[in-house]
Design a protein around this ligand. Structure first.
Ligand SMILES: [Zn+2]
Length: 456
């Protein structure tokens, strides 16, 4: 049986579009919620707006003002809920521009040792925890998240909104070529099945025709942006950190295919060469990128590229980051270069996303919130809050018509925006660590007008 027949007959994890939508309950619109007496951080303005009421109806913010009237119940008999903020700070739901929401164990477990449904079962719990940390929208930077997204969007599972990248697009022996076995020969030549492909993680594609096909295949499932593996990595099975992956021609073809669908490509890239190639090819955001020279960072600035790097990953010890074996020396090398990257990008004023890239064992997910405090060495709390709300939302808009959530704005508190809101037990503009400890720091978590946590 060739690979394609196998995929068709097995249905694999990839055929999310084949599920009849009637099997999933349609989400019932939540009852109206009136939040009274909040201080608003609107996602942009450094000044809080005090004494405000916010009304959320049909999942969206419908009114902001003083002394708003409690709305009447809905037609289906639900009564409005009133929440007294008591002067707490109301912020937009948090966003994360770089998660791997399906990656809740080691890659060995996810790809080789466990049944493939284990990945989905773990991701359901991982997504719930992420929402309970206050993250209401995330850009998934690679992994088989289409099915999870569908279950969350339908209201069955709690979790953030997901902008999925789907399959990593990786070259042979690139960062997305996960199989560590050196007796495992290329599927291309041997017809052996690649577990990373079968489980929806990676398409290994080399050369312009193959990368075009890979992007087109990924867009079929609903990728809102394309994730390229463009350089060596810390956790990769084969590629040393200094390796540049893909040619300018291949990158240009990927970007062009994404652009034909009205969206963009982002790239995992550490080396100067890979970042420059990516910028010249038209890639719109750079992931990690910490070894970029000053010249290259200036190119990022000139081309209005988002810099999507992580501060926490290189602030922790290798033990905490779970770095062992071949990953350990690469981690230490990256850590040594990271400092320069942070300082250069800050000095140039690059558009810095809030992205965490926390992956591995599910309990490590809690570190996602520590990114807030890890950034305080470089940024003021208001800058970090903007990164995690309105600035990420600006990046998400680069998906154009492939953006899955176009009914309203994300990352802001404004009339017509999604009812994705948090009440913070204190002022995060003065003490950002409130967000690093969401269990005590967050009194209310609401997504799409639905209350998922309320301790008030
Ligand atoms: Zn990543």
């Amino acid at each position: 049986m060739d690979r394609r027949t196998f995929l068709k007959s097995s249905g694999a994890a990839l055929a999310v579009g084949a599920m009849p939508s009637g099997l999933l309950a349609q989400a019932q619109q939540p009852a109206p919620v009136l939040i009274r007496g909040a201080q608003i951080f609107d996602g942009q303005n450094a000044d809080l707006i005090s004494g405000m009421d916010v009304l959320i109806e049909n999942g969206m913010i419908s009114e902001i003002g003083q002394n708003l009237a409690v709305p009447e119940g809905t037609e289906d008999g639900q009564t409005a809920q009133v929440i007294d903020a008591d002067g707490r700070v109301l912020t937009p739901g948090l966003t994360d521009a770089h998660v791997h929401i399906m990656w809740n164990d080691t890659i060995d477990e996810l790809l080789f040792n466990s049944p493939h449904e284990y990945t989905g079962a773990m991701a359901a719990e991982g997504a719930r925890r992420m929402l309970m940390r206050g993250f209401t929208t995330v850009r998934d930077a690679g992994g088989p998240s289409y099915g999870l997204k569908k279950a969350i969007d339908s209201g069955v599972l709690p979790g953030p909104r997901i902008l999925p990248s789907g399959f990593f697009i990786s070259q042979t022996s690139g960062h997305g070529d996960f199989d560590p076995r050196l007796n495992y020969l290329s599927p291309h030549f041997t017809g052996q099945l690649d577990p990373a492909y079968l489980r929806g993680w990676t398409i290994i594609a080399d050369g312009v025709p193959e990368v075009r096909k890979a992007v087109r295949e990924n867009l079929r499932y609903g990728a809102s942006q394309i994730k390229i593996m463009g350089s060596g990595s810390i956790t990769g099975a084969h590629d040393p950190l200094d390796v540049t992956e893909y040619t300018l021609e291949e990158l240009t073809a990927i970007v062009q295919e994404a652009a034909h669908w009205g969206t963009y490509a982002t790239i995992h890239a550490y080396t100067d060469q890979s970042i420059q190639n990516a910028i010249n090819a038209g890639v719109r955001s750079i992931e990690h990128g910490l070894f970029a020279s000053e010249e290259t960072m200036q190119m990022m600035k000139d081309h209005d590229i988002f810099f999507s790097t992580q501060f926490l990953s290189f602030s922790v010890t290798p033990e905490v980051a779970g770095m062992t074996g071949s990953a350990l020396p690469k981690f230490l090398e990256a850590q040594a270069g990271a400092q320069n990257g942070y300082e250069r990008s800050k000095a140039l004023g690059l558009k810095m996303t809030f992205g965490t890239d926390i992956l591995g064992k599910i309990d490590l997910g809690a570190y996602q919130s520590q990114e807030f405090t890890a950034r305080t060495k470089y940024y003021e709390p208001v800058d970090i809050l903007r990164q995690a709300t309105s600035l990420n939302a600006e990046l998400f808009k680069r998906s154009g018509k492939r953006h899955p959530y176009q009914d309203g704005e994300i990352g802001v508190i404004a009339k017509g925006a999604y009812g994705d809101l948090l009440l913070v037990n204190g002022n995060p503009l003065e003490d950002i660590s409130l967000l690093a400890n969401p269990e005590d720091g967050l009194g209310l978590i609401m997504k799409g007008g639905k209350v998922f946590k309320n301790t008030l």
